[in-house]
Design a protein around this ligand. Structure first.
Ligand code: PBG
Length: 331
């Protein structure tokens, strides 16, 4: 490597040269676009902290899905945003046959133009529980605990119900122990042995979910999620979470958040061979948009650079609120 024989700038001289030696690529079909499904008709309510992202009734979500299919996006991640009055302590709406996401899935499956899209369903209770936690709550005066095993039973029911409604992939984001094995059993028992589980294997208790909780109305009414989501300081523990989910039968794993945890994505990629996705979460989107609005960052370039960093760290695909914008730029 002795200069002047070696001159690394030779391969950067023209765009044709740079393109030839580019190591990492972005493609529309490796983006997954999240959709927030709410009750009603003709509803399109923008989330104040997430410009361009909406709560959508099923008819409006259908239009959004058609746009995504036309752009060549890989799939959708569906979340339900029920009315407050339809929430309860158990999160019954998560596994209701006529739940919001179940109904949306049935409608989407009838629309042939959506065939190229993978329909992924987030599996969690927090959008459906009155207390906003991802599992069942046991209270004892001032103290409370999020119960594990009883929550897992309900989450498994939710996974089976979403598969029955037409989900191509179920994606548990609750972080209870043992949920993957329970979901595999429930899926198989329901005749859904072909439906893969994509586990949010390493999900950190993060401040970057803030805007999502506004979008999904899922802010915990008391306490926080730190007894089930992971401590942001722990890389080794993230590896144990991943190993555990794979042993229990996860077909793919998700890493979340993305940009503040690129080292975790990299370590996961080095360690295991299952397909690996990363979730560029709401707060990552919001903070970039805040800077775009002020003219502090150049929108298209910063967006693409953020996505590239996640792919370069080792993610095969990215769940991102930028999916449509990035796909348009790549067209
Ligand atoms: C539900 C869930 C959350 C996200 C995805 N699934 C919120 C949370 O755990 O509080 C966050 C997604 C985002 O911030 O974009 N458990």
């Amino acid at each position: 490597m002795n200069f002047p024989v070696t001159r690394l700038r030779r391969l950067r001289r023209t765009e044709a040269m740079r393109s030839l030696v580019r190591e990492t690529h972005l493609r529309p079909d490796s983006f997954i676009y999240p959709l927030f499904i709410c009750p009603g008709e003709g509803v399109r309510k923008e989330i104040s902290s997430m410009p361009g992202v909406f709560n959508l009734s099923i008819d409006e979500a259908m239009k959004e899905a058609e746009t995504c299919a036309a752009l060549g996006i890989g799939g959708l991640m569906l979340f339900g945003v029920p009315a407050e009055k339809d929430k309860d302590e158990q999160g019954t709406g998560a596994w209701a046959d006529d739940g919001l996401v179940q109904t949306a899935l049935r409608a989407f499956k009838k629309n042939r133009t959506l065939d190229p899209l993978l329909l992924m369903a987030d599996v969690c209770l927090c959008e459906y529980t009155s207390h906003g936690h991802c599992g069942l709550v046991a209270r004892d005066g001032e103290h409370y605990q999020i119960q594990n095993d009883s929550s897992v039973a309900l989450l498994a029911k939710a996974a089976a119900s979403l598969a029955a409604a037409g989900a191509d992939i179920v994606a548990p984001s609750d972080m209870m122990d043992g949920r993957i094995a329970a979901m595999r059993d429930a899926l198989d028992a329901g005749g859904h042995e072909q439906i893969p589980i994509m586990s949010y294997a390493s999900k950190f208790a993060s401040a970057f979910y803030g805007p999502f909780r506004e979008a999904a109305g899922s802010t915990p009414q008391f306490g926080d999620r730190r007894s089930y989501q992971m401590d942001g300081a722990n890389l080794r523990e993230a590896m144990r979470e991943i190993d555990q989910d794979i042993v229990e039968g996860a077909d793919m794993i998700l890493m979340k958040p993305a940009m503040p945890y690129l080292d975790v994505i990299y370590a996961a990629r080095e360690r295991c061979d299952v397909p690996l996705g990363a979730y560029q979460v709401s707060g990552e989107y919001s903070m970039l948009h805040a800077a775009f609005q002020r003219g502090w960052l150049e929108q298209d370039r910063a967006m693409m650079e953020s996505l590239l960093s996640i792919r370069r760290a080792g993610a095969d695909f990215i769940i991102t609120y930028f999916a449509k914008d990035a796909a348009r730029l790549l067209a």
